[in-house]
Design a protein around this ligand. Structure first.
Ligand SMILES: Cc1cc2nc3c(=O)[nH]c(=O)nc-3n(C[C@H](O)[C@H](O)[C@H](O)COP(=O)(O)OP(=O)(O)OC[C@H]3O[C@@H](n4cnc5c(N)ncnc54)[C@H](O)[C@@H]3O)c2cc1C
Length: 510
């Protein structure tokens, strides 16, 4: 009999783990609480607009290539990628903005125009970052990080010294650049990692390499196209995806250490192995018994979370010429905003924010002559999230947005939806309403992250943005593949047949 694997959650990590396990010959079922796969990367449609709900930056195209190549496919089998040029725009003030060119020569000229001589230094900065990317993305992130011994090869130790693990990103960047605008440009991708440049290891300049050298891409149709592709591939491999199934318990018979079944609000599913791709803390606090947890409440309270987000999805009944696809509003003091996220968590006084207008690239996501707008303010997790607060921030950032584009937007909004902490909790059981998991600080890296294996339940594994390697779409894909390999090592399948997919596509096209 095939070993039965139950995967909890159809986010990127759950889909990736399930597909890889099915490919290895396991009988895999995903149980997902929502009506659609994709987790934080779901979509919704309203008034002719198609809104991606979460991720909007497609970085590290090589990781997506690697993912699909595992199964003999390429992303091009499923969606059309376009490289954005400019990659994005940074707004320093109402009349002060720079477009980041996609080509390196253009980028160097831009740097030189802001700080003479910095173009050559950018070359050297990126040369070092390329090495970090090579080691980080092709080696480190593929480690299951279950033991320090995984990192004890001479080659890896040598790599660690060259990776600048113990130097902060902030001081590393200042060795190359001094103009505040360049520092902001260089430090911006670090914000994705959910910590300040002072608390982020310099190793993460690999993000600059990813962004500047490998480019910013967009799958036509939107980021959810990646989910559709993964669902299609999962089903091709024989994975059964059961939507609208909220897992309530991972059942370990009394006195035992082996999970036997997974119980949802709709039924019971027998399991030989369980892979939990839902928020790690939710699984620990709600789905297993207290004695079966890896970590106690004190541990979780000490974790440094990446920011949560206040989001607005807006349908605008006219085009907004001054906006590009990705627009970063760095027109306020980042240090103050960072302090209000990390050091003294509260609603920010004068936040930075991000505006995405995918309709600039993709006319399909908005009706003719309209603009699809997605606004994101990074905020501390666990804040009191109510309507008046959301409205206050809507007005605050709209005033700045309108000041920059030089025309009214509010008067032309024909669809509006906000989304923040309480939605992250309700939709994804997100610990403290987190949007993108744990911050990538040194003390929360590799073996210092929540483990991908249960220490108490022998056949329970974890995957997703709260375990290794970390938050973001590419790391979540990797997380699923890594956990699948760990399952296969410990629960080897006797035979490896291809399970025919008798299921009709469970992908629900709204
Ligand atoms: C607003 C926002 C913007 C982002 N921007 C980017 C970006 O531009 N680029 C990028 O690379 N990354 C970005 N990210 C991060 C990226 O989206 C996440 O790191 C990634 O999607 C996490 O995937 P996951 O599979 O770990 O978790 P999830 O997507 O949360 O998947 C977990 C799944 O488990 C399900 N689940 C939870 N509890 C249960 C239960 N009891 N029973 C059954 N199912 C359950 C959930 O419904 C969910 O579908 C962004 C995230 C957010 C929120």
């Amino acid at each position: 009999m095939l070993k039965r694997v139950i995967v909890i959650g159809a986010g990127f990590a759950g889909l990736s783990a399930a597909t890889s396990l099915a490919d290895k010959g396991y009988e895999v079922t995903i149980l997902e609480k929502n009506e659609m796969a994709g987790g934080r990367a779901r979509l919704f449609r309203a008034k002719g607009f198609t809104f991606d709900m979460g991720p909007s930056w497609y970085w590290m195209p090589d990781v997506f290539e690697t993912y699909f190549a595992r199964f003999g496919k390429t992303p091009a089998d499923y969606y059309d990628l376009v490289r954005l040029n400019p990659s994005y725009t940074v707004i320093f003030g109402p009349n002060d903005a720079v477009d980041l060119p996609a080509d390196l020569e253009g980028l160097k000229q831009l740097f030189d125009s802001i700080e003479p001589g910095s173009g050559v230094r950018l070359d050297e900065f990126l040369r070092q970052a390329a090495y970090k990317y090579e080691v980080g993305i092709n080696n480190f992130v593929w480690k299951p990080s279950r033991s320090i011994t995984e990192f004890l090869s001479l080659k890896l130790l040598y790599d660690v010294t060259r990776l600048d693990v113990f130097q902060s990103f902030a001081s590393h960047a200042r060795k190359f650049f001094s103009h505040p605008k360049l520092l902001q440009l260089i430090e911006f991708p670090i914000l994705f990692l959910g910590a300040t440049p002072q608390n982020t290891p310099a190793m993460y300049s690999l993000m600059n390499y990813a962004e500047m050298a490998l480019g910013t891409w967009y799958p036509m149709g939107g980021m959810h196209e990646i989910v559709k592709a993964m669902v299609s591939l999962a089903e091709e491999k024989g994975v059964t995806i059961r939507l609208n199934q909220t897992v309530q318990k991972i059942d370990v018979p009394k006195g035992g250490t082996v999970a036997k079944r997974v119980i949802t609000d709709k039924g019971t599913f027998e399991a030989d192995v369980v892979v939990a791709g839902a928020d790690y803390n939710h699984v620990e606090t709600s789905l297993v018994e207290p004695g079966q947890r890896n970590y106690d409440d004190a541990y979780w309270q000490k974790r440094v979370m990446a920011p949560s987000s206040l989001l607005f999805y807006l349908g605008v009944n006219r085009r907004i010429p001054r906006l590009q696809h990705h627009n970063l509003f760095f027109d306020e003091d980042f240090a103050l905003h960072a302090e209000e996220i990390y050091t003294n968590p509260r609603w920010p006084t004068r936040p930075l924010f991000y505006a995405s207008a995918p309709s600039k690239t993709d006319p399909g996501v908005a009706p003719n002559g309209c603009e699809n707008l997605f606004l994101l303010i990074p905020v501390a997790p666990d804040l009191l999230d109510d309507e008046p607060t959301r409205e206050r921030y809507y007005d605050l950032i709209m005033t700045r947005l309108e000041g920059y584009v030089g025309e009214s937007i509010r008067d032309h909004v024909i669809y509006k939806r906000s989304y923040a902490h309480r939605d992250f909790k309700a939709d994804y059981n997100a610990f403290r309403g987190n949007a993108y998991g744990l911050a990538n600080t040194l003390m929360q890296t590799a073996i210092l992250k929540p483990s991908l294996k249960s220490k108490k339940v022998t056949n329970l594994f974890y995957t997703g943005q709260l375990t290794v390697p970390g938050p973001g779409v590419p790391p979540s894909l990797i997380s699923g593949l890594v956990v699948a390999d760990e399952v296969a090592k410990e629960f080897a399948q006797a035979e490896s047949p291809t399970v025919p997919n008798s299921q009709k596509s469970s992908y629900k096209n709204l």
